[in-house]
Design a protein around this ligand. Structure first.
Ligand SMILES: Cc1cc2nc3c(=O)[nH]c(=O)nc-3n(C[C@H](O)[C@H](O)[C@H](O)COP(=O)(O)OP(=O)(O)OC[C@H]3O[C@@H](n4cnc5c(N)ncnc54)[C@H](O)[C@@H]3O)c2cc1C
Length: 502
């Protein structure tokens, strides 16, 4: 969702698509991860004629959308020795976007009224999203490209010819422990970025006697029964989880980084919920002091405070440097220090995708935040596939570096923190439009943009009910009118046009 305090972004220069070059090059490409980003990357690479292997450490496609009741041994998700659970989904999670705009651009996420097991709501539960992703993988033959239960433990450049041609060694490890080294022409990193919790810091936390948990390890409200809970955060997840636990907890105290004074205090609707400014300190006696000096005694602090990017870190190799902080070290991605992660900026990356030194043979899909994730992954993947086949030309390495440096300077001048480098909330569609121009493919339809902003408005006005008070039938009709050109396959497959919900 676009946030009102969106960081400043320099406008993207729209340039015409680069003409096709013949013959096209076919490369051997490793895709790391089979979540939405990896699935659509594999499809686009396959369409372009590349030979693709997708490495997935889980046992099915879907990434984040594979719900598991399992949680990590460290509820804060900080212990470097813990077994990492990838998905952060909680049982009650419904999408925060309507299905019409959430799905891939050319594979509409339509309701399957024919199947009673399916969730036909406009903002469906997480299982419906997983079903959709599985359908996508089957429809485009992506499943056959995936090596399941196979984790990439090393991906490093092994050969460079004046910087233009490089080969990548990918070491993968099966669950059985067997390791395999292979050489690829290119690596596409699609490993997601919602598994490494970010924790709020405040004085006294080391001695505070209560429990702490990050929302990454929240699944169901039951453990919070009769507890006094302090919940930090204002994201979609924070909103959902606060309502989830309000039904069962004794008290829920929601903490905001910034909130108007008049909104502080008792929640207007929920009797057992209060709104507070940030925590000032916590104490050995269990007290929590807020910035306005109000005090409560709590059993649990629940951090709904987001995630850190961690492409460049192997789980076992992080170095503990103090309470709740890590220094990232020994990455699975070995780029001789050329690509780095610094305060959530992965860079240098040309348009959030290509490190110039290795372009187009190393790329990242899915880094941009505050966008419509599936569609951005799709457009990025088309761009990557086209550049790898030499159908689309990138600027020279020097020009890409210059563009990146200009971008970073603009962020600095506008006071935008590094950690917002990949936050595109300033204009969630401009970037996708730019990618579409590069690829010479259709971009976002007008109804999609309007629907996105309409949802944001409804959500702001009715945050607790926005998923169920939808009233934009004209936009829905336009969406389904446009979907008609993509649906024939689906209709043929299931044999009955009436099965598709309009
Ligand atoms: C709580 C929550 C709610 C969300 N709600 C929405 C929503 O409503 N709508 C929406 O559009 N988006 C939502 N998102 C964003 C969501 O992350 C994206 O929809 C999408 O899942 C991102 O896809 P991805 O492929 O980049 O990453 P992921 O889905 O995380 O997939 C990454 C995959 O890479 C694999 N992997 C990681 N490392 C390795 C390795 N070394 N070797 C092999 N495999 C590896 C993982 O096992 C995983 O399968 C939500 C995210 C969260 C956390």
């Amino acid at each position: 969702m676009a946030s009102p305090a969106a960081p400043f972004r320099p406008p993207l220069q729209l340039s015409p698509p680069v003409p096709k070059l013949e013959p096209l090059t076919s490369r051997h490409v490793a895709v790391i991860g089979a979540g939405p980003a990896g699935l659509v990357a594999a499809r686009e690479l396959g369409r372009e004629g590349h030979r693709v292997v997708v490495f997935e450490r889980g046992d099915q496609v879907g990434g984040t959308w594979v719900y598991t009741p399992e949680v990590e041994s460290d509820p804060l998700g900080l212990d470097p020795r813990r077994a990492v659970v990838h998905s952060s989904l909680y049982e009650s999670l419904r999408t925060n976007l309507p299905r019409e705009i959430m799905g891939f651009l050319d594979f509409p996420f339509v309701a399957r009224e024919d199947d009673k097991e399916r969730d036909s709501r406009r903002f469906p539960g997480h299982r419906e999203v997983l079903e959709y992703l599985k359908e996508f993988a089957r429809e485009f033959g992506v499943e056959e490209m995936v090596r399941f239960k196979t984790e990439v433990v090393h991906a490093g450049v092994v050969e460079s010819n004046g910087g233009d041609v490089n080969k990548w060694e990918v070491r993968s490890k099966k669950r059985s422990g067997v390791k395999v080294d292979e050489i690829f022409d290119a690596v596409v990193v699609c490993n997601g970025h919602y598994s490494q919790p970010r924790i709020a810091q405040f004085p006294g936390i080391e001695k505070w006697p209560g429990k702490q948990i990050h929302s990454h390890n929240y699944r169901v409200p039951e453990p919070f029964r009769d507890q006094v809970v302090v919940l930090i955060g204002t994201s979609s997840s924070a909103g959902d989880i606060s309502l989830d636990i309000a039904g069962i907890a004794k008290e829920v105290h929601v903490v905001f980084r910034s909130i108007a004074d008049e909104k502080l205090g008792k929640h207007p609707v929920h009797d057992n919920m209060w709104l507070h400014p940030m925590i000032k300190s916590v104490h050995r006696d269990g007290s929590v002091v807020f910035m306005d000096d109000s005090v409560i005694f709590a059993d649990v602090i629940l951090h709904c405070t987001g995630y850190a990017l961690y492409f460049l870190a192997g789980d076992r190799e992080r170095v503990w440097i103090g309470v709740h902080r890590y220094k990232y070290h020994f990455p699975f991605l070995e780029t001789n220090g050329i690509v780095t992660e610094d305060d959530d900026r992965v860079g240098p990356l040309y348009k959030h995708v290509f490190p110039p030194a290795f372009a187009p043979c190393l790329s990242f899909v899915g880094l941009p935040m505050k966008v419509i994730p599936f569609t951005v992954c799709e457009l990025q993947s088309k761009w990557i596939a086209g550049t790898l086949s030499d159908r689309i030309l990138l600027p020279s390495k020097e020009n890409m570096m210059e563009d990146i440096n200009n971008f970073y300077s603009t962020l600095e001048v506008s006071g935008t923190p590094k950690r917002h480098t990949h936050n595109l909330s300033n204009d969630p569609f401009e970037y996708g439009d730019w990618l579409a121009v590069q690829c010479g493919c259709p971009s976002y339809e007008e109804w999609r943009k309007q629907m996105f902003y309409a949802v944001a408005r409804v959500k702001k006005a009715q945050p607790e009910k926005f998923r169920d008070v939808w009233d934009y039938q004209d936009l829905i009709s336009q969406a389904h009118h446009d979907f008609a050109k993509y649906l024939p396959n689906k209709v043929n497959k299931y044999g009955d046009k009436k099965l598709i919900s309009w």
